[in-house]
Design a protein around this ligand. Structure first.
Ligand code: AMP
Length: 552
């Protein structure tokens, strides 16, 4: 990975010594918050960007979601504010962070919360992107929080309503996902908004691409910027991301997955990939019978619904998300090339930047159909500096594709034998097989269809755009609500537990140890971000602990 200076007019240096967080001149309180997050060292973009921002430079960061770019601009912003507070005490709004969607603003707010956990009395920030009454948000602004986070449209509304005064106070302007800002139709808002800012301020643009839109935005807001472009490989290195394969024919996959999950042999948050939307629901209904809750990322539902599923996953409502389409979160937002018109569709790009967080495992329940799909799926884990594993179930007929993928990855990593074999003795889990077989059969095509219908109905009920229709037609709403309870799959309470006698003896100790320790873990331990001391914790922290146990 090499950052390079793309801008011939900029004066950015490229050869900088690698630094750790404590060498970046950061306040102790920020360092403690970073340690609490479990971030051991800066990501490349953080290491390069933080000193530049602290030196007062305008910066254009080109980096993808997952590179740690939010921390790259939030950390120095907090540092600047803390340093300023040592000089003058008066409270003022000095940082403005603009982002194209509510969901992204929420994510930035969360990062701010985490990074100011040790100085929460000194730094106030507020996310005003929620579409509440302007008056409702007014009290938040009267307090002059140090940082305001919002969409350009929302911030402008408050500026026009005179709820906000930034002309003499703003010192730092940050525009995140800058390439989406114009395509979301915020061009005029941005231009209008800039007239409410002082003449001199430090500006930072973060963007996944350097599109024409970003270049025009750059002209509007940046002065002689340093431009950092990350040339990143599509996947984390093997030291961070381990690739496993497990030989499994179609009839055995469900048993294996049920065993791995139920015995906590896979730890941490998982994304399970299958090849069709129906398979998502089939797997969800299958796992539901064993009391394993999951949510589905349905690529056929609108982006806002998919974002909701990812948010539920990120916030810990679910630890497992089942997805059918690895591109479900990467919709194009760019120019419509055919007729040269820009698509100003907020929906189309809303999902970009919304990232699966803390994913410990990607499981290819269905093997991907090409190398790109494999890379896209596996790339959902081992983000930032976190470790991760990609476990693929591979049937004999899928071996040629596995070999093809392995060849490609070999070129990428310059390393032989990238895929490790995950040993799993099916013969040892006969008891699981009986249960899994029945449960799999119980998920009929009708059950799948009805589950999908149920979800669509829920979408209709939740849809903001239909609210006024339902207000005018309350009978329609009532008939939707009173629709008969849907038959999906009958739940049998006894399936939730795993009777002792079906657990293979080689796993009895570890399974009970993990169950016992699981209660004691906080969420962080289970995703492997904090130091884990005890024997069981250490084992449990390895997402694929079964590897050793099932070895012959
Ligand atoms: P971002 O690109 O800002 O969306 O960050 C992607 C993910 O990386 C988030 O889940 C962050 O919590 C995580 N992350 C950011 N910086 C670091 C770091 N220095 N070490 C470990 N994880 C990080």
């Amino acid at each position: 990975m090499t950052p390079s200076n793309l801008d011939e007019h900029s004066e950015e240096e490229t050869e900088e010594k690698i630094k750790q967080f404590h060498e970046l001149g950061l306040d102790d309180r920020i360092l403690k918050a970073i340690a609490k997050l479990g971030w051991l060292e800066p990501t490349l973009i953080q290491e390069k960007t933080i000193p530049l921002i602290l030196n007062g430079k305008d910066v254009l960061i080109r980096a993808r979601t997952g590179s740690g770019k939010t921390g790259a601009f939030v950390i120095p912003l907090i540092q600047k504010i803390l340093s300023n507070k040592e000089i003058h005490q008066h409270q003022q709004i000095s940082g403005l962070i603009l982002s194209p969607s509510k969901e992204l603003c929420k994510q930035i707010h969360e990062v701010c919360t985490n990074l100011t956990i040790k100085c929460s009395r000194d730094i106030k920030f507020v996310d005003i992107s929620a579409q509440l009454d302007l008056v409702t948000q007014q009290p938040l602004l009267i307090e002059k929080p140090d940082i305001i986070i919002g969409t350009p449209g929302r911030v402008l509304q408050h500026l026009k309503a005179k709820n906000l005064y930034l002309k003499k106070t703003i010192e730092t302007l940050i525009i995140d996902e800058a390439d989406l800002i114009f395509s979301f139709g915020y061009e005029n808002e941005i231009k209008a908004l800039l007239s409410y800012l002082p003449i001199v301020y430090q500006a930072i643009l973060a963007s996944a691409t350097l599109s024409e839109d970003v270049l025009s935005l750059k002209k509007l807001v940046l002065h002689n910027p340093a431009i950092l472009k990350l040339e990143e490989p599509p996947l984390a290195p093997p030291s961070q991301l381990t690739h496993y394969t497990l030989t499994a024919e179609e009839n055995d996959k469900a048993t294996i997955l049920y065993t791995l999950l139920k015995l906590s042999l896979i730890r941490g948050k998982c994304i399970i990939f299958v090849n069709t939307v129906d398979r998502c629901y089939k797997l969800k209904l299958f796992l539901e019978q064993f009391g394993i809750p999951t949510c589905v990322l349905n690529s056929e539902l609108p982006a806002s619904s998919r974002c909701r599923a990812v948010t539920q996953f990120n916030t810990g409502t679910y630890d497992i998300i089942i997805a059918s389409d690895e591109k479900a979160l990467d919709e194009p937002h760019t120019t419509n090339q055919k007729n040269g018109k820009r698509r100003k569709d907020k929906e189309s790009g809303v999902s970009r930047g919304i990232d699966f967080q803390f994913v410990s495992n990607v499981i290819n329940f269905d093997f991907p159909l090409d190398i790109n799909a494999y890379i896209h799926r596996a790339g959902r884990t081992a983000r930032g500096k976190n470790e991760g594993t990609a476990l693929s179930f591979v049937a004999v007929r899928e071996r040629p594709m596995l070999n093809e993928i392995e060849e490609e990855l070999k070129k990428l990593y310059d390393q032989e034998n990238l895929f490790k074999t995950y040993q799993f003795k099916l013969s040892e889990v006969e008891g699981f097989r009986y249960r899994a077989r029945d449960a799999w059969k119980a998920v009929t095509r009708i059950a799948v269809r009805e589950a999908r219908l149920k979800e669509i109905k829920q979408e209709v009920l939740n849809c903001d755009k239909l609210k006024s229709y339902f207000e005018d037609n309350p009978k329609d709403l009532q008939s939707l609500r009173q629709d008969k309870a849907l038959h999906t799959v009958r739940l049998q309470p006894h399936l939730r537990d795993v009777p002792e006698y079906i657990v293979p003896s080689s796993l009895k100790m570890i399974a009970s140890g993990i169950r016992h320790n699981k209660r004691k873990f906080n969420r962080k331990a289970s995703i492997g971000t904090s130091a884990v001391k005890s024997k069981y914790q250490a084992r449990a922290n390895n997402p694929l602990i079964a590897l050793k146990l099932f070895k012959k």
